[in-house]
Design a protein around this ligand. Structure first.
Ligand SMILES: *Cc1c(COP(=O)(O)O)cnc(C)c1O
Length: 452
């Protein structure tokens, strides 16, 4: 290998040794949410993914692992799906990318229409594309702010967000964020946010604060990065009523919950809620390509209309906005939802997952609580069933359990000492059984190991 260029002489993919790649990675890559000293340590052997098929990821040695967190909550129909691959290839043969700034293309126009059709006629009829969950939410905030400016309510310039919320990693979305580990450090560049523990905090707001509210942002039904924290049933519908009564916007972040994850196409639909602004990303392309959408109503959109001189244009966007390849993948994913009746098959899978996890909790002395919403599950680990006996954080039990799970053929990432099980919706019964069967010994090992 050429040390300078990192290129390999006569480099067919199979002549590249895993060790060489790992050496390049450790020398040049900086991984997200990853303690890099440990990563780069000589004894650390990173897992190198070589290919994938269905719910299975294969490493360079040919070992296979169930994708237990859907590749960080994105994958829906499994990997290497022939129909999604074909749709991306067909688009690639026409063109890979052209700008959506002042131009349009077939997959973009068709996808916007298809997304609008997932909601009742005349509700969320406008779609603004961006690249990922953070930009979808960032866009939502700017859209809301400019909407109020152009509707004669300039005073509405503050957002409310919940404790432990996660809405992305840009400065705007970390301002909304309520997870101290991720968000506190960047406080100097955050805008002030009205911080809420629950709905009661909204009711306590004085009339001045209410009159300043541009919108309330929430992850509906379940807060993901908080450790899969489930909201009380009916809370979302109540919040919808509150935002209407107080004349402010409801901004839903369905970046994690969208596209079937909770058992319905969208979490909001489980409580009959339609937001004013909706952010979608992760599952939008079924986990194939980065693409996001911020959806809104014709009413909000119309505040941006008018003669050019009035300056109502939304000056916001990204270079890859409306990525044609991403739109093609998303259209293929929506076709699969329809043709393979994906949602209709979920109740059986959700029920099986609940049964399997219920048994796991009964048999495993380290499981304090299991939470499940649709195909999203979280397992809280403690020293001995007693929820008041957590492991010392420094022990990093969650990490140990997830590393042990690899030996049993399952990949996932913990949130502290909470283990996430969120497989692709396409997972079959026997694979779900394998996934939970891998977790059981991994939890025992990760929790009982003695460590220096
Ligand atoms: C992952 C996530 C985001 C951020 O999405 P990125 O694509 O990582 O930028 C925002 N909100 C929620 C609820 C998420 O789970």
């Amino acid at each position: 290998m050429n040390e300078v260029t990192g290129s390999f002489p006569s480099s067919g993919p199979h002549t590249i040794l895993a060790e060489d790649l790992i050496r390049l990675d450790k020398k040049h890559c900086w991984h997200p949410f990853t303690p890099m000293e440990e990563w780069c340590a000589p004894e650390h052997k990173p897992l190198l993914i070589d290919r994938a098929e269905g719910v299975w990821l294969f490493d360079q040695q040919g070992r296979r692992y169930i994708d237990g967190n859907s590749s960080i909550w994105t994958n829906i129909h499994g990997h290497n799906h022939p129909r999604i691959n074909a749709a991306i290839r067909a688009q690639l043969d026409r063109f890979a990318h052209s700008s959506f700034l002042g131009l349009t293309h077939e997959p973009g126009a068709r996808l916007a229409a298809r997304l609008a059709q997932l909601w009742p006629e005349g509700t969320l009829s406008r779609v603004f594309f961006s690249d990922d969950g953070s930009t979808a939410m960032e866009c939502a905030l700017k859209m809301a702010l400019q909407y109020w400016q152009q509707s004669g309510q300039q005073a509405r310039n503050r957002f409310a967000a919940f404790d432990l919320a996660y809405h992305g990693d840009t400065s705007g979305t970390t301002s909304l964020g309520g997870i101290p580990l991720f968000h506190q450090r960047f406080g100097a560049m955050h805008f002030p946010v009205i911080r809420l523990r629950d709905l009661a905090d909204l009711d306590r707001l004085d009339s001045d604060s209410r009159a300043q509210l541009a919108g309330v942002a929430i992850e509906p039904l379940i807060q993901g990065a908080a450790g899969m924290r489930v909201w009380p049933q009916g809370m979302l519908a109540e919040l919808r009523a509150w935002t209407r009564q107080n004349g402010t916007l409801l901004i839903l972040d369905e970046v994690m919950t969208g596209f079937g994850r909770t058992g319905a196409m969208f979490a909001a639909q489980k409580e009959g809620v339609i937001p004013d602004i909706l952010a979608l990303a992760k599952g939008l392309t079924a986990g194939y390509l980065p693409l996001a959408a911020t959806m809104t109503s014709e009413e909000i959109f119309s505040a941006f209309l008018g003669p050019f001189e009035e300056g109502r244009t939304f000056y916001y966007g990204h270079s890859y906005t409306g990525s044609a390849l991403g739109c093609a993948a998303a259209l293929a994913s929506l076709d699969l939802f329809r043709d393979e009746r994906v949602l209709a098959q979920l109740p059986d899978k959700v029920g099986l997952m609940a049964d399997l996890l219920g048994k796991l909790a009964e048999q495993n002395p380290f499981v304090a609580e299991i939470r499940q919403v649709g195909m999203i599950a979280a397992i809280d680990l403690v020293q001995s069933r007693d929820p008041h006996q957590p492991f010392a954080a420094a022990r990093r039990t969650g990490v140990k359990v997830c590393l042990a799970a690899r030996d049993y053929g399952m990949l996932t990432r913990p949130i502290g000492d909470t283990i996430v099980l969120m497989p692709p919706l396409a997972i079959e019964a026997h694979e779900l059984i394998q996934a939970v069967a891998a977790l059981a010994p991994a939890i025992l090992r990760g929790c009982s190991e003695t460590h220096p």
